[in-house]
Write a protein that binds this ligand. Sequence first.
Ligand code: NAG
Ligand code: NAG
Ligand code: NAG
Ligand code: NAG
Ligand code: NAG
Length: 354
Amino acid sequence: MISSKLSVILGLMLPGAWATSYSQIMEYAGQSFFDGWDFYGSFDNLTNGDAIFVSADQAESLKLAYVNDAGNAIMKVDNISTVAFNQKRNTIRINTKDRYDVGSVWITDMLHVPFGCSVWPAWWSQAPKWPDGGEIDTFEGVNQVTMNQMALHTEPGCTQVSPVQSSPLVNSTDCSFEANSNQGCVVTNPTTQSYGEAFAQAGGGMFVTEFASTGISIWFFPRASIPNSLQGNASSVDTSTLGQPVANWPNGGCNINKFFQPQSLIFDITLCGDFAGNAATFSQTCSGSCYPDYVVGKGSTYDNAYFEVQYVRVYGANGKNTTISAAPASISRPSTASVAGIAAAAALLGVASW
Ligand SMILES: *[C@@H]1O[C@H](CO)[C@@H](O)[C@H](O)[C@H]1NC(C)=O
Ligand SMILES: *[C@@H]1O[C@H](CO)[C@@H](O)[C@H](O)[C@H]1NC(C)=O
Ligand SMILES: *[C@@H]1O[C@H](CO)[C@@H](O)[C@H](O)[C@H]1NC(C)=O
Ligand SMILES: *[C@@H]1O[C@H](CO)[C@@H](O)[C@H](O)[C@H]1NC(C)=O
Ligand SMILES: *[C@@H]1O[C@H](CO)[C@@H](O)[C@H](O)[C@H]1NC(C)=O
């Protein structure tokens, strides 16, 4: 009896056993926001979007990525050029040069996220070897949906079991890229303030992602609900004080250390492609056809297709260096959608697919 009580107490006292406290180790903000990121510099050969992810030089000269007068990072779809049939539209995809290991938290504070028919934005992360090293999608939406969706994508064997989360909207629990056409284990945020026009009207908000060996959790706070502890420049964050996460994938159903490797953080906006351009998905919130009716022609449909980001901050578990400084050699994300073959063939020919 005594010894089992003792071991419980010792277990609770072991450092790291319940570590929920993290210190700020990196900040992407202000004039230097874009310094720590690589620009993709190729057409979307990952998700078959009708988009060209421009280089850093092009992003600057075309004003698709810049720091605005308020000191916030803007990343946007080209809404000025007229795009001819069979051409793609310029947009942005950036990933952090540094990667962050298990025992990290990343927080972004945004005022505006991209939305509109044909638009598919995401704030997410992945390891260089996909799907081996896992993928964490903190923020993602397509077309005119009204709620943010969150997901993990992994090798087979990782599932969402007994989550402690506030969202009742669970779309799928198998995180394997082989299940459900690589949909991932998806949780939808029930508040419409988590996406689209309602997000911007609420003054934007904050997404917190905890990447811990005990599980992966995501919190979303609309502007008015941001906890005091995270206002201003919080030098540390204690996730045990943030309340229940909106989405949670505990270690019990998914061995985090086995399915996840250090993550590179990514912002991207693509157009149409495997998800937004999927005919059944597209017709849920938009009319017409994704590529010919939106991407082609004038860009005014993209006036709202931009991120405005106040900062991205990364926190490391106290006493642990979770930063992997080496830049990943390459980042790839094979597509699994049924349209992939046709779209890939079209991409090889340099033409748009829809
Ligand atoms: C995508 O294009 C880039 C640049 O040309 C290339 O380095 C990368 O290997 C390509 N990825 C895929 C999955 O085809
Ligand atoms: C997930 O479920 C929500 C709520 O039921 C629904 O609105 C959304 O379309 C679903 N997402 C996907 C990708 O099926
Ligand atoms: C925020 O705090 C971190 C250290 O905790 C510091 O490196 C960074 O410069 C601060 N940023 C601002 C905008 O004050
Ligand atoms: C393009 O979008 C921006 C906001 O992202 C807006 O300020 C601008 O008026 C839009 N149209 C043109 C032609 O620049
Ligand atoms: C963490 O480790 C990386 C090596 O991946 C090193 O470059 C970096 O300086 C270390 N950071 C700290 C704070 O020790």
